[in-house]
Design a protein around this ligand. Structure first.
Ligand SMILES: [Fe+2]
Length: 237
């Protein structure tokens, strides 16, 4: 598994270079505006709970790796509620016709973001637990990059609004350790898992796929961020 984790680290460094993360750290831009793209995250933020509950969690199990995965799914299946809270606190909880909201949710603006959970579920379907574990490590790495940036913006914003942003802020970053389990011991244990050639190939493939879908979604959010200005209605085609 060591090689798989090395690939995760390499792709994580590349992921951190994406333009959205520079934009989030650009203190010359109003912090509210730097988060104005956040409604675009809805398909992922809302879908990720379901991915954990219904796709990644497999109970009952006797497999220790699947147990590890199951435990992790309980940590990650309810963060969507913090996302909804933050939309309200950010003033992005627009009133709009239900059909317009659906057009946005299923529209062109969020097409790539909708693919994140969908593609991960497809790749994880009937995959061995160790391969799913590799996917989790990659997902955690992307989350760590994104939340490290949004936590900084949220901190700036908090100084102005005195509101605590649980999804985009430090609260979420500290809950997500950046790894599947959060203890160095387990990380070493994961690294020492011996994979067959087939398991290794599938694990490397799923890691590449996870970074690919998140990268495309992050580009999509950046496109929206460039168009969106705070207090404007959602842009939906
Ligand atoms: Fe989360």
């Amino acid at each position: 598994m060591k090689e798989v984790l090395e690939l995760v680290e390499k792709r994580k460094q590349e992921f951190a270079q994406l333009p959205l993360f520079d934009f989030l750290q650009d203190s010359s831009i109003d912090p509210m505006q730097r988060l104005a793209w956040s409604p675009c995250l809805a398909p992922f933020a809302m879908g990720f709970g379901e991915l954990n509950k219904y796709d990644l969690r497999k109970e009952p199990t006797n497999d220790p790796i699947q147990e590890l995965i199951n435990k992790h799914t309980y940590e990650d299946d309810h963060h969507w509620a913090w996302f909804l809270e933050d939309l309200e606190k950010l003033g992005l909880n627009y009133s709009m016709k239900f059909s317009d909201a659906m057009r946005f949710f299923w529209g062109e603006e969020t097409k790539k973001t909708r693919q994140i959970c969908h593609q991960i579920a497809l790749y994880a379907f009937q995959a061995e637990p160790v391969v799913v574990l590799a996917a989790l490590e990659a997902i955690e790495a992307t989350g760590n990059v994104a939340l490290s940036c949004t936590a900084k913006v949220s901190k700036e914003l908090q100084q102005i609004t005195h509101k605590n942003y649980r999804y985009f802020g430090a609260y979420h970053l500290y809950v997500e350790t950046g790894h599947t389990t959060g203890t160095d011991n387990i990380e070493q244990l994961i690294a020492s898992i011996q994979l067959t050639e087939e398991q290794k190939a599938k694990s490397l493939e799923i890691v590449e796929k996870v970074f690919e879908v998140f990268t495309e979604a992050v580009h999509e959010m950046m496109n929206y961020a460039e168009k969106q200005r705070k207090n404007q209605p959602l842009i939906a085609k």
